[in-house]
Each structure stands twice: as C-alpha cells, then as structure tokens.
Write a protein that binds this ligand. Structure first.
Ligand code: AMP
Ligand code: GLY
Length: 421
C-alpha cells in the first residue's frame, strides 16, 4: 500500500525531501505547501498555503483524508507548534513539537541546557536588560558574539571585532529591534575559532542515529567574505572530521543532547542538528537546529541508501533502534546559484535557462516560480546544483562544470568551494 504525504516548506531542502520521498516505493502522491517550481514536477504544490499558516495547513490536512503523514521541514512552523496542532487532531506528523523545537527557537534555552548537562559550548551570558548587556561589553574580550535569542532567519548573530561594533549591534538588536521580539533576550558568547561542521541526526525520542557529516558555507562571497546567508554551498562528508571525531561528536554532543532533553521531560522526534566549531581536539556546539539544514539536506539525502519514508515512520513510531540507516560510499557537493545582491536586495523574475546538464546532476529548486510559462527566479537562493562522485574533488569539478551551464541575469555563486583539495 502506498501512502500520500504532505511536505511543508518551499526551498531547496524541501525539494530534496520530496525528491527522496518520490523514490520510495511506499510513497504515493506527494503534496507540498507552498512548494516551488521544481517541487511541482514531483508533487501537487499549494502555493496559497504558506509554511507559517498553521490554520491553513491543518485545514488542508482535514480536507484531505488521503494524507497519511505531514512532514514539517522549516523552523518557524515547528517553533509555532504545527506538529502539536496536527497531533491534537489525530494527524500523523514528522518533526519536533514546540517544546522540543525550542532548542532552536531560543538560544538562551539551548545554552542553559548545554551548561546544565555539560555539553561543550562557548562561554556566555544571557541578558534581558539593555543596560546590563552594555556594561558587560565594557569588560568582555574581543571579538565577541551577540545572538538574538529567537528565530531571525539565520541573521540574528553578530560577530563584533571591537567594543564600538558590539555596542552598535547591541542597540540594533535590543533597542531598535532589528530582529523584532527575537531580540528581547540576548546571548553574548565567547568567540570561537576552528572549522565548522554540521552534525545531523534522526531522533525518535529515545534513539538517536547520526547522519553522515556535512559542511555549510554561510558567507556570500569567496574566501568566506561578505554577509552571512542561509548557505551558499555544502559538501558531504566533511573530510576534516575523522571517524574518531565523528564518534566523539556522537558521544559528547548528539547523544547527551537527547538525554538532556529527556531529563527535562522533553521528547524530541525529528531531525536534531548540531552546528559545531572544531579546533584540534576541541568540539563546541555553536547552535542547534530542530530540523534538516538547508543546503546540508541537498548533499545528505542524495547519499542516503535507506528509504526516507521508513526513517520518518520509525521516528514517529519510536522504532528507530530497529532500522539500519545506510549511506553510499560516495561524496556530494552542492553549489547554490543565488540572485545577485543576495542576502541584501536583489531582483526577481529573471528567466532561468539550462544548457545540457549531465544526467546524474540533481538540480534542487529553492527560489523559483513559473511565470507566463517560463521558469523564473523568485528568491535569493535560486537553485542548488548537486553532484555525486567517488571523491570530493571529482564531485566539486562535476558540480562546477554543470553550474556553468545554468544561466540567469545577475546569477552569483561561490567559486572557491573545496578549491584547495
Ligand atoms: P549560529 O546561527 O549560532 O550558527 O551562528 C551563525 C554563524 O555565526 C555560525 O555558523 C558561525 O559561523 C558564527 N558563529 C556563531 N557563534 C560563534 C562563536 N561563538 N564564535 C565564532 N563564530 C560564531
Ligand atoms: N545551513 C544552515 C541551516 O540550515 O540553518
């Protein structure tokens, strides 16, 4: 028997989830809200339902009794309690409930949990009063890191080289409310050095199974210059992480996090994501996400051998311990093509054309739409071009050779990914 699935979200990550589900022999029709032009090739998209429209999503599920399970991919609806709402009406949903999604939605909650349970993270202080935070900035060492407590589209983190910068940032977050109420509470954190790695894991509340590692590139420009973005490229596995280090990440971060949540009476079902900074033997958690990463998912899921539907089922049912999750031995590189200007102002509605792409290339759509029968840009991150190959160097070359065949006006992408390999 085939099961129909609704996926919530409309970016490259959701395209990768829909793509993986579409290859499962157990999955029938896929719905996606809101979806995008690429997802529409595999799923029935409902662009009228935004991911944050909780009532709209629940009403859609109510009116579609054929939907077997809803997969909630983005942070906002998870934090707002979409899974709780669906479950309260007896619907099956994949993703953490609001109390568990707090791990991502409140940085102070996450930091306090790590401190209480000895999970390694940067030293920090939490402030709710502007004056106290300002005083602290007079005595702390620089660079320092300011983090708005709540969700801020990945932009609520300021790395400040000097006291003057930090004071300006503090004013922006706490007084001018640049990130809205996300800035009512502020975390000021020690600056860490090292390399970053994304450690994702599937959780069913009791069992946690790590995924293969990956590495994100957040800055807009080559050599990690320019502004922070949602992510400009990824590769998997993270070649800088040895097998021994992977084991330590599991034993010192992932498993203790699930245990800590359980000790607090919080059940975590879904994808737990630890953003790490690794410096020599030193592992520290930079942040948690309560969901798949974007664009990490665009290199992780193409390497997954196990049926993604079976994994979602096991996470919801609490049977993950009985499932063997397997990965292919190859590597993957994903290069994002973005609208010129992103993450600041950029133009939309640019026609996208493709030369002859190699057959094994996967093009995940993020900000795309169909207008007057043509594929056009509709967001900052437009496409993710994923290449698979036995080695990262080959995957890199394969990805870049195909990115060069994608065209739209003012297209921008990073050209330095894995350049030293
Ligand atoms: P976050 O949203 O907490 O992951 O922060 C966004 C980015 O800011 C991270 O990917 C890091 O590149 C950087 N960052 C965050 N916290 C720190 C820190 N304590 N030290 C150095 N860089 C950081
Ligand atoms: N790639 C980082 C994130 O999904 O938050």
């Amino acid at each position: 028997m085939k099961h129909n699935i609704l996926v919530i979200g409309g970016g490259g990550r959701e395209h990768a989830i829909v793509y993986a589900l579409s290859r499962s022999p157990k999955v029938g029709k896929i719905y996606c809200a809101p979806g995008n032009a690429g997802i529409a090739q595999l799923a029935e998209c409902h662009s009228e339902i935004k991911a944050t429209d909780l009532e709209g999503v629940v009403a859609f599920v109510r009116s579609h009794p054929d939907i077997y399970m809803t997969v909630v991919a983005p942070d906002d609806p998870l934090a707002a309690g979409l899974v709780d709402k669906l479950e309260s009406e007896g619907f099956r949903a994949f993703g953490p409930r609001a109390n568990a999604a707090r791990l991502e939605a409140s940085k102070s909650f996450a930091k306090d949990l790590m401190k209480k349970y000895g999970i390694p993270t940067a030293g920090y202080e939490v402030f709710t009063e502007y004056a106290e935070a300002e005083k602290y900035l007079d005595s702390c060492s620089y660079p320092t890191v300011l983090k708005a407590d709540g969700l801020a589209l990945g932009k609520g983190v300021l790395i400040c080289e000097t006291k003057e910068q930090a004071k300006a940032g503090l004013k922006e977050i706490m007084l001018d409310k640049a990130f809205g109420s996300a800035g009512n509470t502020l975390v000021i954190e020690d600056f860490l050095v090292g390399f970053e790695c994304s450690a994702l894991a599937f959780c069913d509340g009791k069992t946690i199974v790590p995924m293969t590692t990956s590495q994100d590139h957040k800055r807009a420009l080559d050599d990690n210059k320019g502004l922070n973005t949602g992510g400009m490229a990824t590769f998997s596995p993270s070649y800088k992480v040895s097998e021994a280090m992977e084991k330590r990440i599991f034993n010192e971060v992932l498993a203790p996090t699930l245990n800590a949540l359980n000790s607090e009476g919080i059940e975590f079902k879904g994808v737990l994501y630890a953003g790490l900074m690794i410096d020599g033997d030193n592992i520290k958690v930079l942040e948690y996400n309560a969901r798949f990463g974007d664009p990490e998912t665009q290199v992780i899921l193409p390497r997954l051998k196990t049926d993604l539907f079976d994994i979602f089922e096991a996470c919801v049912d609490g049977t993950l311990a009985d499932l063997e999750i397997k990965w292919t031995g190859n590597t993957a590189v994903c290069i994002i093509t973005a609208s010129g200007g992103y993450p600041e102002a950029y133009e939309k509605n640019k026609e996208i054309t493709f030369g002859e792409l190699d057959d094994d290339i996967i093009v995940y759509h993020a900000g795309t739409a169909i207008k007057n029968g043509k594929l056009v840009t509709s967001g900052g991150r437009v496409l993710g071009v994923t290449a698979l190959a036995p080695t990262l160097a080959e995957a890199r070359d394969h990805a870049y050779a195909n990115v060069a065949k994608v065209r739209f006006d003012k297209m921008h992408y990073r050209k330095d990914i894995l350049k030293d390999l």
